[in-house]
Design a protein around this ligand. Structure first.
Ligand code: ADE
Ligand code: ZN
Length: 343
């Protein structure tokens, strides 16, 4: 049995301002919205109802999840669909006191089905603007390449997105990790760097620590998504800590996809104690059992040794690791200090 969280700490985790830096917008598509969009767009689903779909969310590894995730995303057809999905995420994020989010999107999942790049980006961008105006939540878009596809396809995707260059802050790398090392995408990340795009990559989720090192050395990324397997290489942990390379860690995802047997096995506390700039994020919250605050709560409940100091550090790291400018980071840090002074 996981002990209950101490109430004052639970309140602080819930109410402290935070940034979310690792969330796939397609992974926020809740089953109810999947069914609504499937009906609206005439897309057949393999499950008769929401309960049956939810029951299929029992994953054994990353690939078993990705198969269900790509099937879910197939209901997205129009810019309004992307807008509805992204608005729902921003509303949910605001409720968790997320003040800023950096959102991954997977254009190849949609363009392969004949949905134009402009449709995807227009819908997401409209939600981004509306959320800033109506919810006070700011966000940025990060275009991800699917690593199970070829580098030529990634390059074509980047070129196809360039008419909307000002609408995405950077590029990322996601999907099946094993057997698809960062080196496979050296040229497209070099091109993205030359265009002034920020660079991040999933590495060390299921793949080995060597993928974390090559994402840094070959792709030139500024942040590592997941990166938890870095713990297997002490020199790499020291490197990450010394260079303040952020890891965007997703605790519930790691348990759901069986990177760890249960939350008590998670290595986040050890990475944090080693001085790594660790952040807490939700990855694919509609599939993994909770949004960002549920991730904080599950983590702190599993580690009674973690308290206020760790909560502050994780929220401060989320701002430090974001792609926002220094003035905004300083303002958020002030809000964080105020939340801790009050609670
Ligand atoms: N795409 C969506 N979620 C992902 C994850 N956890 N790892 C790799 N690719 C993903
Ligand atoms: Zn991810």
């Amino acid at each position: 049995m996981t002990p209950a969280l101490e109430p004052a700490l639970a309140t602080l985790l819930r109410t402290m301002p935070k940034a979310e830096l690792h969330v796939h917008i397609e992974g926020t598509l809740e089953p109810e919205l999947i069914f609504e969009l499937a009906a609206r767009n005439g897309v057949p689903l393999a499950y008769p109802d929401v309960a049956a779909l939810r029951a299929a969310y029992a994953f054994t590894d990353l690939q078993s999840f990705l198969d269900v995730y790509y099937a879910g995303a197939s209901v997205l057809r129009t810019a309004d669909d992307f807008h509805a999905m992204a608005m729902a995420y921003h509303r949910r994020a605001a409720a968790d006191r997320v003040v800023h989010a950096e959102l991954f999107f997977d254009p190849q999942t949609h363009t392969a089905r004949g949905v134009p790049m402009g449709t995807v980006i227009d819908g997401l961008w409209r939600a981004r603007e509306e959320a800033a105006r109506t919810l006070g939540v700011t966000s940025e878009l990060i275009l991800c390449f699917l690593r199970h596809l070829s580098e030529d396809e990634a390059m074509a995707t980047l070129e196809a997105a360039l008419p909307w260059r000002e609408r995405f802050v950077g590029v990322g790398l996601d999907s099946s990790e094993r057997g698809h090392p960062p080196e496979k995408f050296a040229r497209v990340f070099a091109r993205a760097g030359a265009l002034g795009l920020r660079r991040v990559a999933h590495a060390g989720e299921e793949g080995p620590p060597a993928y974390v090192a090559s994402a840094l050395d070959v792709l030139g990324v500024e942040r590592i998504d997941h990166g938890v397997r870095a713990i297997e290489d002490a020199a790499l942990v020291r490197r990450l800590a010394d260079a303040r390379v952020p890891l965007t860690v997703c605790p519930l995802s790691n348990v759901k996809l069986r990177v760890y047997r249960d939350m008590s096995q998670h290595t986040l506390p050890r990475l944090l104690a080693a001085g790594v700039c660790v952040t807490v994020n939700s990855d694919d919250p509609a599939y993994f059992g909770g949004y960002v605050n549920a991730n904080y709560e599950a983590l702190f409940a599993a580690f009674p040794s973690m308290g206020r100091a760790e909560a502050y550090r994780l929220a401060a790291n989320s701002f430090e690791a974001s792609f926002a400018d220094d003035a905004r980071k300083a303002a958020w840090r002030g809000e964080l200090d105020a939340a801790f002074a009050a609670g």
